[in-house]
Design a protein around this ligand. Structure first.
Ligand code: DX5
Ligand code: ZN
Length: 228
């Protein structure tokens, strides 16, 4: 079975108790914290910035932080998030002037670069970039809000990207992660895993549940069932 990562999105956490919420999902079995950054410009919503990422590190959070930049422009914030302790930094290619330069900048600053694809973005932007990144983030909703319904068109996109990643045959620590983001729930995660995702963002499905550990276990069981 593919090794998989569960990444709760803090977008649906109780922001007044963010440190505790992040600790709670990690002790409930999450692997990575998905950190949604929205700028009220590239997307019609406004969330949190590098100060909050830094605050989580100061609070003692050691798990990888997966920063998803839904901002335009991108590069200046890359510096700020690298300094704030980000592990992965993903960006939307249409939001930056020079995609290759942004990838290089993220890498240079010691973080893992990722490219985020909106539902209507084609795979062409992975030409000449896939081999340089550590993560492809497939948006299965339009970016901007938590709690939206999963768009099934992303299943086909995931399997096409899985084929391309496997063709590069980068293994071990060099693996390129295939992340799905938006509307992921215990009821649909099995099909999503079967399409080839190996990193699963879930915001409302986890943070709106009464029992985080039970929900994360259910997500993992469903993923395991996709293999059988
Ligand atoms: C949407 C964000 C997602 C989203 C996930 O713009 O990138 O991370 O909040 O939330 P759910 O799982 O509730 O769709
Ligand atoms: Zn996200």
């Amino acid at each position: 079975m593919r090794d998989v990562l569960i990444a709760p999105s803090i977008l649906s956490a109780d922001f007044a108790r963010l440190g505790e919420e992040v600790e709670a999902v990690l002790s409930a079995g999450a692997d990575v914290i998905h950190f949604d950054v929205m700028d009220n410009h590239y997307v019609p919503n406004l969330t949190v910035g590098p100060l909050v990422c830094h605050a989580l590190r100061n609070h003692g959070i050691e798990a990888p932080i997966d920063v998803h930049l839904m901002v335009r422009p991108v590069d200046r914030l890359v510096h700020d998030f690298a300094n704030a302790g980000a592990t992965y930094i993903s960006f939307h290619p249409e939001a930056t002037e020079h995609v290759d330069r942004t990838i290089g900048l993220i890498r240079e600053l010691g973080c893992k670069p990722g490219i985020a694809l909106n539902p209507a973005t084609s795979l062409q932007c992975l030409d000449y970039t896939l081999e340089k990144i550590d993560l492809v983030l497939v948006m299965s909703v339009n970016p901007g809000f938590g709690g939206q319904a999963f768009l099934t068109s992303s299943l086909d996109k995931l399997s096409k990207i899985r084929t391309r990643i496997d063709a590069l045959a980068r293994g071990g620590d060099e693996t390129i992660r295939l992340e799905v983001d938006g509307g992921v729930k215990p009821e649909n995660i099995r099909r999503i895993a079967a399409a080839g995702a190996d990193m699963f963002v879930a915001g409302s499905a986890i943070f709106n549940a009464d029992d985080y550990a039970l929900t994360i276990a259910e997500l993992r069981n469903q993923i395991a069932a996709a293999d059988g």
